[in-house]
Design a protein around this ligand. Structure first.
Ligand SMILES: Cc1cc2nc3c(=O)[nH]c(=O)nc-3n(C[C@H](O)[C@H](O)[C@H](O)COP(=O)(O)OP(=O)(O)OC[C@H]3O[C@@H](n4cnc5c(N)ncnc54)[C@H](O)[C@@H]3O)c2cc1C
Length: 417
């Protein structure tokens, strides 16, 4: 184990899960992520890509169900265990750890309905899948609507003049979907199912969306080319297209009547997942810098013996612990209470993503020229970390919404444990 865990409440089971996830991250995720990072986006998802054996191994171990409860066949982890496992996996690779999360999004949405038929159709087969052949994604962002999709409480969100890129109309006992999602859908290029956010009531603007489960093998559904980007190159992204795609009415699991609350809930949940993964990345950067500074000799001594280096390493350590504490606090609140407190998840996401970028930046500086070289990990960590400030909601947008929530709802009554 590379890093001490100060949480004295960890059970033997928590520790066993942590160790197993760390071993998997070290032996599988990190080497595969390095290979994928150096490939073109097309090579990274081609039939002979190391992505596929990675996926199979992850599904065999059940890591694709890390966010799902035991009642539907998921790993059934406690809030603490969930973020502990994600932190470890992300220590190996932020992109691949996040892929395992988004791959479960269609199943997770379906599980939330409590509808037995929907669960039988979309959740149980996913949880039972051991070969990686069922893969979900989260189709929210549109080419013309990024931050606006989560501008709840602002006039733009309710403006009936906003034309969405992806719309669905009811035709008898089916929804007919037309349009497209942005090139930013993680895992979109390899998805078999989408948790699609789509406008069904244009009179309500962006608030008039529904959440619909869409199998991507239906006639009229197609996927775009994988996107080329600076970091998280091990996490593929691409557009989703819909041309008169027909799904049964019951696939619309949430409608415009509850959409605003649902998007708050999804953000409260997903921002914690981002925080846990950012903690893993911040820790990976700490480990790289710490180990290097114990070996590298300059000024007649190992770097670690210089005062300014000790100070910098200590700041990196403090960031890891801050990320971890904030993530666990938000998880133990919002994975238990419903409706949750999105401002806690947003505080965790905006803080941990900035801190993981700061740690990756410091790791590069402490490795000197080697920090910029692809021979060393910090160069990749820095590129991966940069994306986190935009992913799952721009940090500025989340902060704005978090501030809005505070003004709307505080002071809150005390929460009983
Ligand atoms: C690695 C990665 C993975 C992703 N995965 C997914 C996924 O799986 N599914 C999915 O649906 N989406 C995904 N996204 C998309 C992501 O959620 C969006 O990129 C994000 O919400 C921002 O939208 P945008 O890129 O369109 O930026 P824009 O919304 O166009 O923002 C551009 C800039 O303008 C600022 N801005 C926006 N609105 C305002 C305002 N009202 N006032 C002041 N400033 C403003 C923003 O802060 C930002 O700096 C992913 C993104 C990344 C980078």
């Amino acid at each position: 184990m590379t890093y001490f865990d100060v949480n004295l409440n960890l059970t033997d089971e928590d520790r066993a899960l942590k160790e197993a996830a760390h071993k998997f991250a070290k032996e599988v995720l990190r080497p595969v992520a390095k290979e994928l990072d150096e490939m073109t986006p097309e090579q990274a998802i081609a039939d002979d890509s190391p992505f596929w054996p990675f996926l199979k191994k992850s599904y065999e171990l059940g890591y694709h169900t890390v966010l799902l409860p035991a009642e539907v066949g998921g790993m059934g982890l406690t809030p603490n265990q969930t973020v502990i496992v994600l932190e470890e996996l992300s220590w190996g690779s932020f992109g691949l750890a996040l892929y395992l999360c988004v791959s479960s999004f269609a199943a997770m949405g379906a599980a939330l309905t409590g509808n037995e038929e929907i669960i039988k159709k979309y959740v149980l087969p996913f949880c039972e899948c051991r070969d990686g052949s069922i893969r979900g994604c989260w189709g929210g962002t549109e080419p013309d609507h990024g931050s606006d999709c989560i501008a709840m409480g602002e006039p733009i969100f309710y403006d009936p003049n906003v034309r969405c890129n992806c719309r669905a109309k009811r035709d008898g006992d089916e929804w007919v979907i037309n349009g497209q999602k942005a090139a930013w859908v993680s895992g979109g290029t390899v998805s078999t199912h989408t948790l699609l956010h789509v406008q069904t009531d244009p009179s309500k603007g962006l608030a008039g969306w529904s959440v619909i489960i869409v199998p991507m093998d239906l006639p009229g559904a197609s996927k775009g080319k994988p996107l080329n980007k600076i970091g998280q190159r091990d996490l593929n992204q691409g557009e989703l297209f819909f041309e008169d795609v027909r799904v049964p009415l019951e696939n619309a699991i949430f409608g415009p009547d509850v959409y605003e609350g649902i998007i708050e809930g999804i953000l409260a949940f997903a921002n914690i997942m981002m925080s846990a993964c950012s903690t893993g990345l911040a820790r990976a950067a700490f480990d790289e810098a710490f180990n290097y500074c114990k070996e590298r000799v300059q000024g007649g001594r190992v770097l670690m013996e210089h005062y300014s280096i000790k100070q910098r390493i200590f700041q990196m350590f403090a960031r890891v612990e801050t990320c971890r504490a904030l993530t666990r606090a938000a998880a133990n609140l919002n994975y238990v209470i419903s409706p949750g407190f999105p401002e806690y998840s947003m505080a965790a996401k905006t803080t941990t993503t900035q801190m993981c970028l700061d740690n990756a930046d410091d790791a590069i500086q402490l490795l000197g020229g080697n920090g910029l070289s692809k021979e060393y990990l910090p160069e990749k960590l820095y590129r991966d970390a940069r994306a986190t400030l935009i992913e799952d909601g721009n940090n500025e947008t989340l902060a704005r919404h978090g501030g809005h929530t505070l003004f709307q709802t505080y002071p809150r009554p005390p929460v009983e444990g």
